[in-house]
Write a protein that binds this ligand. Sequence first.
Ligand code: HEM
Length: 509
Amino acid sequence: MAASSCPASLGFVLVLLALAGASHGHPPVAGSALSSRFYDASCPRAYDIVQSVIQNARVTDPRIPASLIRLHFHDCFVNGCDGSLLLDDDLPAIQSEKNVPANENSARGFPVVDDIKRALEKACPGIVSCADILALAAEISVELAGGPRWRVLLGRRDGTTTNIESANNLPNFFDPLDVLQKKFRDVNLDDTDLVALQGAHTFGKVHCEFTRQNCTRGQAEGTLENLDQVTPKTFDNKYYDNILKGRAQLDSDQVMLSDPAAAATTAPIVHRFAANQKDFFRNFAVSMIKMGNISPLTGKDEAHDIVQRVIQNARVTDLHFHDCFVNGCDGSILLDDDLLVVQREKNVLVNENSVCGFTVVDDIKSALERACPSIVSSTDILALAAEISVKLAGGPSWRVLLGCCDRTMTNIESANNLPKTSSTPGTYLGRSSETSTLTTLTSSPSKNCTGGQAEDTLENLDQVTPKTFDNKYYDNLLQLRAKLDSDQVVLSDPNTATITAPICASVHG
Ligand code: HEM
């Protein structure tokens, strides 16, 4: 997928995921309200750009406005309007919502969303979120089809995680009325919202096998039919007329009139909207704004900024490594002695007088506690700090997966078994299990507080570009000038050289 496309562009937005105590898995940072003027200063042409891409796409694909509004609906109902529907598979971390039954071979328009993102990135790089693109595209689509206008509220940040369970629970055409009502109530939408929003079935298509006729007119499965058979391309109130005549395409449309419970709930609203298009338009706009307000991620990603600020000059990548290799990534390396209960991992041979950065981690923790007390775990601090450290040193950036809780126990036996400078590749491989992982992880230019001429003298691990995260380390290996045995053996050990040498050469090249 192109670098400017929505899912790929999420890389620069580091979001704290699934933090303990956060509702809907969203970060509890000070959220600001959405605003229709959010991009007035930073991307004043955003609306026009989105509109022009949709208008162009519509020339060859008249159905695209309907498809785009449906994307916003399927985004907002799963984890809130956070653009998560656009994320592609990146297993095991991300399982795409695009593949659940309600979306697969059904949700469409993704390439147009990518085109919009590309156009926006050209005009105002890194500004407009993918979640906001979906909200804007929904409004513009309705307007282009003759429906109402409304002020789209903007300012959502993109999430970096999907929710397959929730995507599998999207409202379904075979859901009875009470289930549909509950699914809407769960996201703060009432019966009027349900009736108004289903009014979007005034345009767009449906696969015949989902219809109430179930392709009975001799059609092959997969044949597309108009959702509104009277005015299929116009956004109007004829959809409600169809329901009154018993001719809605989906059971989930018709039940709003026919279900025994409808008479006291949804049926009067169907009658109202069928009789008065203005009433429908007014309510549709209000309900779209309500739907767009489902758990948006707003405000700054404060935790990330705080960690970055504190570690500007400190490198703590080796702390994350020494944490994860003992008992898993659980923050246990940070625990101090607590009489007989906890014996600290800081004192084992490979850590004592060697691993640095604990005071920086303390500083980060204090800063975070001030901003959002008892939220960010120490384990997650180490993971965030590792990524930020690499990035600050010129290395790659990646999406840090968060939400780990801290353990309250250490494991001294395992800490004593951490890979040592004299380790053979096998020691690492037992844990990381992949040679390429071993070869690339050992390139981390973390400080080693031992070695050198007089004991305690510090030397650069990479003597060519010691402060930069680059691939010169592999040059050193190829020139047999690695500082540590455990680096050099990656290339020189006869048992593994045939596997690792080509990796070193390719990473170097
Ligand atoms: C009560 C909940 C809803 C159910 C059960 C439902 C179900 C469906 C189904 C089964 C289809 C046809 C999919 C296919 O054949 O591939 C469809 C299409 C569509 N839905 Fe819904 N829907 C619901 C609510 C909404 C809402 C809230 C909106 C927008 C605000 C919406 C907008 C659309 C549009 C525009 C299409 C046509 C898309 C296209 O042509 O690409 N639906 N819906």
